[in-house]
Write a protein that binds this ligand. Structure first.
Ligand SMILES: *[C@@H]1O[C@H](CO)[C@@H](O)[C@H](O)[C@H]1NC(C)=O
Ligand SMILES: *[C@@H]1O[C@H](CO)[C@@H](O)[C@H](O)[C@H]1NC(C)=O
Ligand SMILES: *[C@@H]1O[C@H](CO)[C@@H](O)[C@H](O)[C@H]1NC(C)=O
Ligand SMILES: *[C@@H]1O[C@H](CO)[C@@H](O)[C@H](O)[C@H]1NC(C)=O
Length: 173
């Protein structure tokens, strides 16, 4: 039974570690998506974006797009010297935040940027483990907690069941 306990502890630890490093996929604008007349500065201001998180843009593909520009062109809504074109044509685009820096994203089409379709995201390095510092971001902490709960309960239940069966097998010998 000692070996089972060690096994359970190892699995729990592995899942705990996995839960704390889970990358988050942010739907830009939440249920309003990528549209004019939304203040994306307000949308982003209470969030922390960490390395390897994703931004998910959902929008009308014939009207808007997702263009990455530098800070100057972000301020002036100028899409003519893009750093990257994240649009793939379906109106459903993922931006992988794989570098710790500012990402300046605008819609270069249809006057979208002048209508507010501009997003400045600062990507931070991965968060410290929750135990060593208070988690400020409520969205992330709820994700981690619920992710943890599912990942925790299932393996513990499974390994407890295996442990019980194992004990019975050993007793038969
Ligand atoms: C969006 O909100 C920010 C922060 O409250 C504010 O500084 C900015 O002027 C707003 N932008 C627009 C276009 O209203
Ligand atoms: C952004 O690029 C423009 C050229 O398109 C350049 O004039 C400007 O200095 C750049 N701004 C920054 C902050 O790098
Ligand atoms: C961005 O790339 C898409 C898909 O390749 C293309 O359809 C679109 O015209 C490009 N947009 C710009 C502004 O380069
Ligand atoms: C980040 O992603 C971009 C675009 O997919 C890629 O060109 C670049 O090499 C990546 N950088 C790192 C550090 O992984």
């Amino acid at each position: 039974m000692a070996r089972v306990a060690v096994l359970v502890a190892t699995v729990v630890l592995a899942f705990l570690t996995a839960a704390t490093v889970t990358a988050k996929k942010w739907t830009v604008g939440d249920n309003k998506f990528w549209n004019p007349n939304i203040n994306y500065t307000v949308w982003a201001q209470d969030k922390h974006f960490y390395l390897d998180d994703w931004l998910y843009f959902v929008y009308e593909r014939n009207q808007y797009n997702v263009i990455e520009v530098n800070e100057t062109n972000y301020i002036s809504c100028n899409p003519n010297n893009p750093i990257a074109n994240w649009s793939r044509g379906s109106g459903r685009d993922l931006v992988h935040l794989n570098v710790t820096r500012h990402y300046y994203l605008i819609s270069g089409n249809g006057g979208g940027c002048y209508g507010g379709m501009k997003l400045d995201v600062l990507v931070e390095k991965s968060p410290p483990p929750p135990a060593s510092s208070p988690v400020k971001n409520s969205a992330r902490s709820s994700l981690t907690v619920s992710g943890f709960a599912h990942q925790f309960v299932i393996p513990v239940a499974v390994f407890a069941a295996i442990g019980t069966m194992w004990d019975k097998v050993l007793r038969l010998w």
